[in-house]
Write a protein that binds this ligand. Sequence first.
Ligand SMILES: [Zn+2]
Length: 199
Amino acid sequence: MSRYPQAILTLIAYLKKLPGVGTKTSERCAFELLSWLESELQEFSVHIKDLKEEIESCSICGCLKEEGPCFFCDQTRRDTNVLCIIASPKAAYLLEETAYYKGLYHVLGTLLSPLEGKHPEDLHLDKVIERLKAHEIKEVIIALDATLEGDTTALYLKEQLAPLEVHITRLALGLPMGSTLDYIDQNTLSQALAGRQPI
Ligand SMILES: [Zn+2]
């Protein structure tokens, strides 16, 4: 049985690293790419190559930003009394889509998961505490996945932030258990945000 040329095999291996892409889909995508014009492939590869150069993380909130000031930290447009704690920069875009939330964000970058070697020090909570003290933040909304790791992290945050006398809420768990925010539709997320509860 003959096999795919090495270049196709390599491409398939990379495509399979993408979420939700299995063997069949990656094979289909690899052959699709093969049918593109040379110029399109060149352009595509340039965008991939420059991805990390063109995008950086905001040193304050951890959200993604391009050159210039951070959109999510613009104090003239945001409600600086509320801080929403999220695990990854993508969650900020999901919450913005609901058009309900106008406050500040803070990206943790990870969730607690002792099995995967993610411990409290990896959350860098000192940065959160510093921001809470610097701004007049009255409420912290914890917007983490409704998973074991999300729950563990939320409880830890609650314990650590309790002495700061800030109102702490978490998205209402109208979110299905075990779900990640990525797969929640806009309505469910809006409702969960509106119905957030003290924890
Ligand atoms: Zn920012």
